[in-house]
Design a protein around this ligand. Structure first.
Ligand SMILES: [Zn+2]
Length: 317
């Protein structure tokens, strides 16, 4: 009996907390809300960090997918849906990256009260890599791996914020210009670093095919055990095929990803060794999620630097 009362007590406290939480959210157009900050939700860390760089303290930002979370397979919880519904603006990647959330995000966008933007959908299709058009999946969604494409996306984010919150337009525009300059420096850094890898060793082997844009932008041939999505499992045949590529091309190192079990990469390593060749695991790359908050890898720029430094250290030796 006491237990039941205690449970009711907890529920009452939670209800009060959630009511007061909702009351703090801007429930109307922020321009009319009298000083309330724009409430913005971003699905991936890459998008959230870019929003943060452009908006600074002018908004309240919620990031949905933390370190190590795979966006291809993530299913929105009831709490996530509430978070979406309380937002003024939602940014998501699109191009079927958040495959399990796309429908609900589209539906929320159709409601008209919340600005919902699939940032990668705004890119010029001529700049995108193909995926499986015959399966209704026209383009590879991993666009953040080409910094020039991501700069275009930073402008999409800027323009959305300016339109939704014109009171802070000047700040959004100035911050976006500064950030674009930092991205340009990062792009140059990446190109310089790749130069350290001998031409014949510029092969990037990963667990799933997240680095297509990276390879195109920075001059590496990309080979992955799994496809562009992680929604289907890698087979023994996939492992063997990848081991054959590593042996043929004498690839010195292959890479694990933070959002994927290291099992398949380790299996490739064993299969390569079974053929009498050595290959090392060159490190863990941030493919679809960023690092922990308050670390360099918890930012887009830091993550990209970490990835290229890790790749160069393993392949250039
Ligand atoms: Zn992916």
């Amino acid at each position: 009996m006491h237990k039941v009362l205690a449970v009711f007590g907890i529920i009452a406290v939670l209800l009060l907390a959630s009511c007061s939480g909702q009351a703090a959210q801007p429930s109307t157009d922020p321009a009319e809300a009298g000083g309330n900050k724009l409430s913005v939700v971003a699905t991936t860390g890459q998008i959230a960090d870019t929003v943060q760089n452009i908006a600074g303290d002018a908004i309240e930002l919620t990031t949905l997918l933390g370190p190590g979370i795979d966006p291809h397979t993530y299913v929105a919880t009831a709490g996530d849906i509430t978070t979406f519904q309380n937002a003024n603006v939602i940014f998501y990647n699109g191009l079927h990256l958040e495959a399990q959330m796309e429908r609900v995000l589209e539906q929320i966008g159709q409601g008209g009260d919340i600005t919902v933007v699939a940032v990668a959908d705004q890119l010029d299709p001529l700049t995108l890599l193909n995926w499986e058009p015959e399966a209704g999946l026209p383009y590879d969604p991993h666009v953040w791996n080409d910094i020039r494409l991501w700069t275009q996306i930073s402008y999409v984010i800027r323009d959305t914020l300016v339109e939704t919150d014109p009171a802070n337009a000047a700040a959004y525009e100035a911050n976006a210009t500064t950030y674009a300059r930092e991205l340009e420096e990062l792009h140059s850094y990446m190109l310089e670093q790749v130069e350290q890898i001998p031409q014949e060793r510029r092969v990037l082997v990963t667990a799933h095919d997240a680095f297509g844009y990276f390879g195109r932008a920075y001059g590496l041939t990309v080979e992955a055990i799994q496809g562009i999505s992680t929604q289907s499992e890698a087979s023994t045949a996939d492992i063997q095929a990848m081991a054959d590529i590593v042996v043929q091309r004498q690839v010195p190192a292959i890479f694990i990803e933070t959002t994927i079990s290291p099992r398949t990469i380790e299996a490739v390593k064993e299969a390569v060794q079974a053929q009498g060749q050595e290959v090392t695991v060159g490190g863990t790359l941030f493919s679809d999620a960023m690092g922990e908050p308050d670390t360099p890898e918890g930012t887009y720029i830091g993550m990209m630097r970490y990835n290229i430094d890790t790749i160069v250290a393993a392949l250039a030796q």
